[in-house]
Design a protein around this ligand. Structure first.
Ligand code: PLP
Length: 430
């Protein structure tokens, strides 16, 4: 006889393609969750896990955070979606975003990071009147056509056209050029090959979609100078780095100001909200300000998302909470602990990350660009995450996926995780 969980999964597969609402949610086991609170998840069978997946990083403070939930509940008492004019909540989100993110003077909100980068790309094409977008091998910016190529490609597909999906026109793929992260010469070559034709350079300032490729400061500065000199826009896609690494995102840490910035994920601690902002003269090209770049979206700026974003921004900037210090300290504990274990056990590994993000590549030698990551032992990476998940510590069981510490994780969580990692890595020793 089928168990209650099997019954649920049968229903899921009957009514939802593949039984999940985003392809990357299928990880074998656990198959589904009933509750999420703080650093913990509980699956359909009642088993508890410490969560480092954090909904791909959308969970910043911890699951079902009381402060955010209360702010959302309060917002429901006052108004719901009006769809005309503006609300005080939207004004506050835009004001806070401009206060926190160095490049943002004006901003729009969207419901997803994909829409945010789509708007940034379209705006850059409108402003410059140019066709091409330049992105980097390994960076992911959502799933719209302009950015849907050369994400975490396999060794055979890296640097070929490598579409993210079927159904994308060749014209769209060919209008996006691909360079190597941390290699300014590869960018200069494309500018030379396509003079006055590149509308924008878009990048994750820290490419977390391939773990944590740490940027050379000189590379980022070079991109800033080059794009300015070439009349192209520089777009920082801070959908993962935004709010997570600092209230103002990675641009606050590196001191480089892009023309446009997209952000999302952690912004609403799991509630759906994202946005895009930049200089006022650029943002004024949107049709809402009388310009010619269409701005639309039924659910943009809805009160629930706005209330969640305001509260999340207010918590991470509260000195009494010390959010960034706490998560960076625990992230460093994970990095130090995994380094110690892999060294002691003679496992070929490079443990890295930034702030709350930690990962363990199964490779040695210098890691500068995507090309270096092709030396990573993908099977070992996925096996480590699989076995940690099976042991009760959710780490996404696929190569290059990163792990996140949230504001709700404790030293005790880290102790227990490192203990489990020691056992798992002992089983992986050759
Ligand atoms: N940009 C980056 C850097 C991302 O990592 C993602 C999603 O993972 C996106 C954009 C797209 O965001 P969303 O999934 O909210 O559409």
């Amino acid at each position: 006889m089928a168990t209650a969980t099997e019954d649920l999964l049968t229903q899921a597969r009957t009514f939802i393609p593949g039984g999940v609402n985003s392809a990357t949610r299928s990880i074998g086991s656990p198959t589904g969750f009933r509750t999420a609170k703080g650093s913990r998840l509980v699956d359909f069978d009642g088993r508890e896990y410490v969560d480092y997946h954090a909904a791909f990083g959308a969970i910043l403070l911890g699951h079902s955070d009381d402060r955010v939930n209360e702010a959302v509940t309060r917002s429901l008492g006052d108004l719901d979606l009006v769809g005309l004019g503006v609300t005080e909540l939207e004004i506050e989100v835009a004001r806070l975003t401009a206060e926190l993110i160095p490049s943002v003077e004006m901003s729009i909100t969207t419901m997803s990071g994909t829409e945010a980068t789509m708007q940034a790309v379209r705006l850059s094409r409108a402003v410059t009147g140019r066709k091409y977008l330049l992105k980097f091998q390994g960076c992911f910016h959502g799933w719209h056509d302009a950015v849907a190529r050369n994400v975490a490609s396999s060794a055979e597909k890296a640097y070929t056209r490598d579409p993210l999906s079927a159904g994308i026109l060749d014209d769209a793929l060919d209008s996006t050029l691909v360079a190597e992260f941390n290699d300014l010469d590869s960018v200069k070559e494309l500018f030379a090959a396509y003079p006055d034709q590149i509308a924008a350079v878009i990048l994750e300032p820290v490419p977390h979609n391939v773990g944590a490729l740490l940027p050379d400061q000189a590379f980022l500065e070079g991109l800033r100078e080059l794009t300015t000199a070439e009349g192209s826009l520089l777009i920082f896609d801070e959908v993962i780095t935004g709010f997570r690494h600092a209230p103002g995102g990675y641009q606050e840490l590196c001191g480089i100001t892009p023309d446009l910035t997209s952000y999302g994920k952690a912004m609403g601690n799991g509630f759906p909200v994202a946005g895009m902002g930049g200089r006022a003269d650029l943002m004024s090209r949107f049709s809402s300000a009388g310009g010619d770049v269409v701005l639309a979206g039924t659910f943009n700026g809805n009160p629930v998302s706005m209330a969640a974003a305001i509260e999340t921004m207010s918590v991470i900037t509260d000195p009494d909470v010390g959010f960034h210090a706490h998560t960076a300290r625990l992230g460093q504990r994970m990095r130090d602990g995994l380094t110690e274990i892999t060294e002691r056990r003679g496992i070929t590994a490079t443990v890295t990350g930034l702030g709350s993000v930690f990962i363990c590549y199964f490779m040695d030698g210098e890691i500068k660009g995507y090309r270096d990551l092709l030396r990573n032992d993908d099977t070992a990476y996925a096996t480590f995450h699989r076995r940690m998940t099976d042991a009760g510590f959710v780490m996404y069981p696929m190569t290059l996926k990163r792990n996140h510490v949230s504001g709700a994780h404790t030293d005790d969580d880290i102790d227990r995780t490192l203990e489990a990692a020691d056992t798992v890595l002992a089983g992986m020793q050759r």
